[in-house]
Write a protein that binds this ligand. Sequence first.
Ligand SMILES: [Zn+2]
Length: 197
Amino acid sequence: MAIRTVIKIGEPKLRKKSVDVPINDIQTPYIQGIIQDLSDTLLEYKTKKGIYKGVGLAANQIGINYRIFIIHIPPRRGIKDDPHCMPLTVFINPKLVNHGEKTTSLFEGCMSFKHYRAIISRFDEVEVEAYDQHAQVFRMKLKGFKARVFQHEYDHLEGIMYIDKADTRTLITQRQYKLKWMKALPEEIDKLINNQY
Ligand SMILES: [Zn+2]
């Protein structure tokens, strides 16, 4: 329906806790329109080479403080049956039901805080529950990158930006990320985290 502007850090709406969508409203044109706009907006943001710039988008990032986000993780190039990919999935009033103990520290970026990345620790495995766009409850277990993206988007609904939880000494520009860190070995990332640079 419409490609919306992704609001940037500094906008109060990104810092406000979002409210639940009344279940009976999920199928109204208003909520369906928000879902469509989220999808249109996320799928619009691509690099010149056609690579998607974002893998998730929360409603408050387009200025609407309802507890809705979408995740869309395309398969990585050259990887057949990529286990990290996820078709476009809508999460309404999501809940983090359970999580494993293990965490991993990796770089993250955000469409509301562009041109930077920082390392943040996230749970490797989460079990989540949400309503879909048809007002049906679903539950799923997410691992690795998918679990990370869910936790990032969930934080948006709480008014939390990834930089709040990141080790700010690991903050780097997107350019530096591409030049050096995108393919860095885990040992090098450990050095960065442990202030050994
Ligand atoms: Zn974000």
